[in-house]
Design a protein around this ligand. Sequence first.
Ligand SMILES: [Zn+2]
Ligand SMILES: [Zn+2]
Ligand SMILES: [Zn+2]
Length: 150
Amino acid sequence: MSNFFETIFGPDGQPVKREIEIMLVPDADGNARTVPVRGEAIVMSPDGALDRVVGAVQHFRDCGCPVLSAPGVRCAIAGCGKISCPNCAKRCANCLMPICLEHTEVLMVADSAVDLCPRCFAEIRRKRLFGQLASALLGPFVSTDPRNEP
Ligand SMILES: [Zn+2]
Ligand SMILES: [Zn+2]
Ligand SMILES: [Zn+2]
């Protein structure tokens, strides 16, 4: 914060009073984290004026939303760990693991969107493709044209 005050009033002022307001924010593990919310400083400037500056700090989650008091949700994809707010966090409809927006794959099933993790998405798409292939092979209009073989 002190750098912030210096950029506004210059480095020569003498701080008279400083105040910082903090907020306790639960993280994805349920532990409280302290984050600065607002800072205020009264600075005696070289020309004798008492300057007062109030700064507000806004914190954002990985999803881009402001940090609220509700706990964030951590993406369970290995190597990701991004924390989204409860509104933005997705859950894989198949394995139920929490995923961030970046790792959410959307599969359209009968005109409705289903959120899936990349692994289940690949798996289900593969099965669906296999299912289509199987029904084509077993269907009543089986093409015998060898060019249709994969
Ligand atoms: Zn969000
Ligand atoms: Zn999944
Ligand atoms: Zn992720």
